[in-house]
Structure formats: structure tokens, C-alpha cells
Design a protein. Structure first.
Length: 313
């Protein structure tokens, strides 16, 4: 018997390290879907559970707009794209896809996802070997390389530093084929720094609970490895409070939006939060602001109050 799972209730995504270090390539849209899916998974879920991704919810969380074709391409790729997970101890290599199925419920703005059963143990079995990372932080990163490096850094966030050979690092980001059958991307270290490392570190430091810096290490005259230095920090973005009831979580997120818009008048704040239509207007305004549908170079808060009919004439 199948069952449906509602919106996220866990504060952190937890992901088995075998997945974190597996070799795979995803677009930013695919990663956003996967992060959302991971937040829905529960250890006690039955085989055959379907997970509902609400498109508008995902877009509001990320501040990014994905059209239908992008979603369709993303779920199609997630069904066909494989993880390669090596178990050296048992001398086994698993090739597996993440999704068994994806079904679009037209008119409802919902995508129902089914996880491949071979993948489920790596996502659900969290007793010892897992990575945890904040959902909001993962969503705030726009670069696919930043998302990937954040996963990797989160795996080692209790250590002061971690070193990867450039070969292993590029393999995990799918920039290099370990068998050498495909051309290597960013073969020049300067390009790897500019296109991957610098972008990832800048976004992670700005939007997440981690502070990173890196150094490139040489062997002889050639660069051989990259060392990441990892520190915890208070994130600039308030993490989504998924452990709280959804009504309370929505109110807290709305309060954060009002603070970001510099709307601090207690009377206005109370009026907005007590009116669900105004709260909906607020979320819609912030979403349009983030996606460029609304332009407000100065006084975005005043523009919201004006459009919501809250400014005194």
C-alpha cells in the first residue's frame, strides 16, 4: 500500500556519506528537487511511499523560478542519471538512479516522486555514517558547484580542514572521468579556481552556516591537491524552522521577510501577520523581488506597503 508524505518537518537534510562522495552531475534545478525530496524522507517510511513536491513551495523557498520544461527535464534526468557508489570493503560497485518514478499532477502544481529502493538505504540509514546540512542554506546556493562543495564540507564540518587530491575532487564534481574516456573540464588550475572554487567559497560563506577558505597544494612544481578549512558560523539567512508547526514556521518566515524589507513598525507588522491575504501578498512580493519580476533599487519595503494598500494617503 502506498502513502503520501506532506511538507518537510525536519530541520536538517541528512545524507549518507556514500552519496555525498559518489560521482554524479546535477543541474541546479535537479539539486533543488533533490534537497526538497531529502527533507521529506523519514526512516519509518514504507516501501512505495510517494513524496509530494509542491512547485510553488519550492520556488518560494529558493527564490528561483523554474518553468515546467525545466522541472520535466530535471526529473527525467534524475530518473536516468546514475550514482556510482563503491564499497571497497565488500568489493562491490553500485550503479543506481535516484528516482523510480516521477508523476506530474497537472492543475495542482505537484510532482509525486518515488525513490529507487536500491537508493533508499543510503538516504534513510542514518545511524552512523551521514552528512547533515541545512535545507535553507542548500537552497540559497545558486551555483551547482557551490551546492556540491557545501555537501562535501558539511560531511567534515566537525574537523578543522579536509584535503582532496585534485583528481578526486574533480571526479566527485564530475569534472573528470576517472577512466579518462571523456575530456577533463577546467584542466588549468586557474580556471578551476575562477569557475568552481572561488564561486563556491564565496556563496557558501555568504549564505550558509559554514565559513570556508581553501589553499592549493603543490607536489614539485604542479598543483596536486586542495585543502578546505572549515569553520561554523551563524548563517545570515534564518534557516527554515521545519521542526515547528507549519503555521508557526510560516509566521516566522514572514517576520524575517518583513525585517529584510525594513518594515519594523509594530502596528504594521501585526496587521500583516494577522491577515493571511497580506501574508500571501508578502510571500508573493518577495518571490517576485528575488526573481526580478519586481524592480526596487531603493525602499523595497515601501513598495510592498504601497502595493498591499497599507500606506496612508
Amino acid at each position: 500500500m502506498t502513502s503520501l508524505v506532506p511538507l518537510p518537518t525536519a530541520l536538517e537534510i541528512r545524507q549518507h556519506n556514500a552519496i555525498t562522495t559518489a560521482r554524479y552531475e546535477m543541474t541546479a534545478c535537479e539539486m533543488d528537487i533533490v534537497f526538497y525530496l531529502l527533507s521529506l524522507l523519514k526512516k519509518e517510511d514504507n516501501i512505495g511511499t510517494f513524496y509530494r513536491v509542491k512547485v510553488t513551495e519550492l520556488q518560494q523557498l529558493t527564490g528561483r523560478q523554474w518553468n515546467y520544461q525545466q522541472f520535466f527535464d530535471a526529473t527525467s534526468a534524475l530518473r536516468s542519471r546514475e550514482y556510482i557508489i563503491k564499497n571497497e570493503k565488500e568489493r562491490r560497485t553500485l550503479q543506481v538512479g535516484l528516482l523510480a518514478s516521477a508523476e506530474y499532477l497537472h492543475g495542482q502544481g505537484v510532482i509525486e516522486l518515488e525513490v529507487s529502493e536500491k537508493m533508499r538505504p543510503y538516504l534513510i540509514d542514518l545511524k552512523r555514517n551521514f552528512t547533515s546540512f541545512r535545507l535553507q542554506a542548500a537552497f540559497n546556493l545558486s551555483s551547482k558547484y557551490a551546492k556540491r562543495v557545501y555537501q562535501m564540507a558539511s560531511q567534515w564540518k566537525d574537523k578543522p580542514s579536509i584535503t582532496y587530491s585534485l583528481h578526486d575532487f574533480k571526479v566527485m564534481l564530475n569534472l573528470k572521468d576517472p577512466e579518462g574516456k571523456e575530456p577533463e573540464q577546467y584542466s588549468k588550475v586557474s580556471m578551476l579556481q575562477r569557475k568552481v572554487l572561488d564561486v563556491a567559497v564565496q556563496q557558501i560563506n555568504q549564505h550558509t552556516d559554514l565559513q570556508l577558505r581553501y589553499e592549493l597544494l603543490k607536489k614539485g612544481r604542479a598543483f596536486e591537491s586542495v585543502r578546505f578549512f572549515i569553520q561554523a558560523q551563524l548563517p545570515e539567512q534564518l534557516p527554515l524552522p521545519f521542526e515547528q508547526p507549519l503555521d508557526e514556521a510560516r509566521e516566522q518566515k514572514a517576520r524575517q521577510h518583513l525585517r529584510d524589507l525594513d518594515i519594523k513598525d509594530a502596528g504594521l507588522v501585526g496587521r500583516i501577520l494577522s491577515n493571511q491575504d497580506l501574508v500571501n501578498d508578502l510571500f508573493g512580493f518577495v518571490y517576485k523581488l528575488k526573481t526580478g519580476k519586481i524592480k526596487a533599487t531603493t525602499n523595497a519595503g515601501g513598495l510592498f506597503l504601497k502595493t498591499a494598500g497599507l500606506l496612508k494617503k
